[in-house]
Design a protein around this ligand. Structure first.
Ligand code: MOS
Length: 695
């Protein structure tokens, strides 16, 4: 059965390896980013941040800053304009209470960035500090169950009787795993240029969603949406940290309103990104597996403890993938939060699935070892016929094919399962595997317009390209839906001047915006036929897909890693990573490969390097720069290969695509941890896998 909303396109442009349309302007430097937008008379904003983690601002002395040459404005909680919001993160300068270290307590606007920086240094702030609490651990008396976990999943689930399953199983595993705190570090920091023309606000903001940002700004400043324009043709990376506006957008708009006629530019410094742009919560995951001798799971359970902020609740959905991944009649998942005196956590590539597949996928490796079953085979034996959570059939599920294909390509058949046996030139060598999963998400509220303009087909939609390829891939979708050559299609995205579009998040862009473009193209063809007149125009919107009620929709993957561990120093290298994915139809192999190997690289980085270190005495991240917050570099990444199966899924959307921005990072860290165990015999359950844990 096919629904009209998923009637399949004939792929002609879809599937071709087109160059990025934004590639040339980016590499030649003509692409203008938010901080570089045109401005006749720019002014610059710099921030004053709290030096205490909790307390109250008693007084500020702004005289020296205000007297400084070039300073136009100093604002603090004592004189900032009032905003309408109940969002504790965005309510900046609305109160004298300090809720975390690094919170913005003032801003300075000046003619030059240097004067603004000097001015911010000259603002004197006196605090009444209060005791703070920033350490996540299990067993805290104040852990609580949130009402829902992101975006709206049940907090706890239970099927069957997990305790009974654990009590009666042949093989039982009960282990606790942890993932670290991580910060998104896109190359382009969070940046905004803001300008008021009377009561109309324009912001050039580096964002994953111009329309959602507009909605937030309009509410905050009490404006009709039509009075706010958000422009963002190019984004230098976001990974979720630009999925919702943070305080920079609000501050830039407040500042610009106070210095009429000026375009105010505000960019977070790299260090400010570690306090003000969100982060991935650390997680503590207790895993329980109960299996029979053949490795068939009777029970699987995860109990997650993680943090949120006192200013705003953010409940990462870490336990969610355990609900659907493997067949087990007895299943239980829980989430508990500690609300700390820290900045609010936020979105980071594959929220939920990324941390939430670390514990389960290492646990599966431990179970395989205990039972003497090959870890690929163990996963195959626990393949569910239908979604264990919903009972729905899969729209398509090719995890087994990914595991088999990956095993073949990786040379898995020759693997001796015994750990700690292989040594080459002083390096212990091992291999590991883990599964990947990511849901097929569809957002609401996206509309595309297609118009015939100067002999071309012009597609307008306020979508985002954060490096993912949207400029190019939406043109491919439009071309196939219009049945024209892709060279005849002009794309216009990244501006609220174009029709409403959802955030680039949850790997939902192609499904959501692509469906809107297809509907617009079908309306256009129906109205005007194959030879449309100049100025012909049609619109189409994303519709609900009724098939989501009948099928469970996910992309799957299998990741294989080789690890080498220096037997004297414990240093870990990963010379080889292979990912095989089943993610529906691939719109553009070039941009898809870039997404998948980008995700895998970020997963490798999570496995070995990344960790935000919070100082409990002061409450801030001490390694808040790229010198000390280690991210995998080119030298850390050797052979990394992403492949995909030809998968046809007629239920997901008209393209048959599943979304690939996030699945690449899911499972990578577990595959590396499993490879390190195979190399050394040491089981590291706490990320990152640093050398001290291996000696
Ligand atoms: Mo992604 S973390 O949903 O931008």
């Amino acid at each position: 059965m096919t629904d009209p909303s998923t009637e399949q396109l004939r792929p002609v442009a879809i599937g071709s390896d087109l160059e990025r349309r934004d590639g040339f302007p980016k590499v030649t430097g003509t692409a203008r980013y938010a901080y570089e937008s045109e401005a006749a008379s720019p002014a610059y904003c710099r921030l004053v941040q709290s030096t205490v983690a909790r307390g109250r601002v008693d007084s500020v002395d702004t005289a020296a800053a205000e007297a400084l040459d070039g300073v136009l404005l100093v604002r603090t909680a004592f004189d900032a304009e009032s905003l309408e919001t109940d969002d504790g993160e965005l309510a900046v300068l609305q109160s004298r209470e300090v809720a975390f270290r690094g919170q913005v307590v003032g801003m300075v606007v000046a003619d030059t960035a240097e004067a603004a920086l000097r001015g911010a240094d000259l603002v004197e702030v006196a605090y009444s500090p209060a005791p703070h609490d920033v350490v996540l651990r299990t067993g805290r008396g104040d852990l609580y169950a949130p009402e829902k976990v992101n975006p709206s999943f049940e907090t706890d689930t239970s099927d069957g009787d997990i305790d009974e399953a654990v009590a009666t199983a042949t093989a039982v595993l009960d282990r606790t795993y942890t993932t670290a705190m991580y910060h998104n570090n896109p190359l382009e920091p969070h940046a905004t240029t803001a300008y008021w023309d009377g009561e109309a606000l324009t912001v050039w903001d580096s964002t994953q969603g111009v329309h959602p940002t507009r909605a937030v700004l309009a509410d905050l400043f009490g404006l009709d949406r039509e009075r706010v324009r958000v422009v963002c043709p190019y984004v230098g990376g976001g990974f979720g940290s630009k999925g919702e506006p943070h305080v920079h957008v609000v501050l830039a708009a407040m500042a610009a309103r106070a210095v009429p006629g000026r375009h105010v530019r505000l960019a977070f410094t790299r260090q400010q990104m570690f306090a003000l742009a969100g982060y991935r919560t650390p997680t503590i995951q207790r895993m329980r597996l109960a299996a029979d001798q053949s490795g068939r799971l009777a029970g699987i359970a995860i109990d997650v403890v993680e943090q949120t902020a006192k200013v705003k609740e953010f409940a990462e959905q870490t336990g969610v993938p355990t609900r659907m991944m493997y067949a087990a009649p007895h299943r239980s998942t829980t989430h508990r939060l500690a609300a700390l005196d820290v900045p609010a956590p936020s979105w980071m590539r594959a929220p939920g699935e990324c941390p939430g597949m670390f514990g389960p996928e290492v646990a599966m490796d431990e179970l395989a070892e205990e039972l003497g079953i090959d870890p690929v085979e163990l996963r195959v034996r626990n393949e569910p016929e239908v979604d264990p959570e919903s009972g729905l059939p899969w729209s398509s599920r090719n995890l087994v094919a990914c595991l088999r294909e990956g095993a073949d390509r990786f040379g898995w058949a020759d693997r001796d399962p015994r750990p700690g046996l292989r040594e080459e030139d002083g390096w212990l060598v091992g291999t590991g595997v883990a599964s990947s999963v990511y849901p097929v998400n569809r957002m609401a509220d996206s509309t595309a317009t297609i118009r015939r303009e100067q002999g071309r087909y012009v597609v307008e939609i306020g979508a985002a390209d954060l490096g993912t390829g949207t400029w190019t891939t939406l043109a491919q979708i439009a071309a196939d839906a219009l049945e024209v050559d892709v060279a005849e299609v002009t794309m216009r995205i990244g501006d609220t001047a174009y029709p409403i579009a959802s955030v680039a998040g949850g790997s939902s862009g192609m499904t959501t915006w692509g469906s809107a473009v297809v509907n617009a193209a079908r309306a256009f063809r129906e109205k005007f036929g194959p030879e449309p007149p100049e100025d012909a125009e049609a619109q189409g919107s994303t519709e609900d897909n009724p098939a989501t009620e009948r099928f469970a929709m996910y992309a799957f993957g299998a990741q294989f890693a080789q690890a080498r561990v220096n037997r004297d120093t414990g240093e870990v290298r990963v010379p080889r990573l292979l990912g095989v994915f089943a993610a529906g139809r691939i719109i553009n192999p070039r941009t898809a490969r870039s997404q998948l190997i980008g995700g895998m690289t970020m997963g490798l980085s999570m496995a070995l390097h990344e960790q935000s270190v919070l100082d409990p005495r002061f409450g801030h991240v001490v390694n808040h720069d790229l010198a000390e917050y280690h991210i995998a570099t080119c030298a850390d990444v050797a052979e990394i290969e992403a492949r995909w199966l030809e998968e046809h899924d007629p239920h997901v959307n008209p393209m048959g695509s599943k979304g690939i921005g996030e699945i690449g990072i899911v499972g990578t860290a577990a595959a590396v941890a499993n490879a390190v165990h195979h190399a050394t015999g040491v089981r590291v359950r706490n990320l990152p896998i640093t050398l001290d844990k291996l000696l």
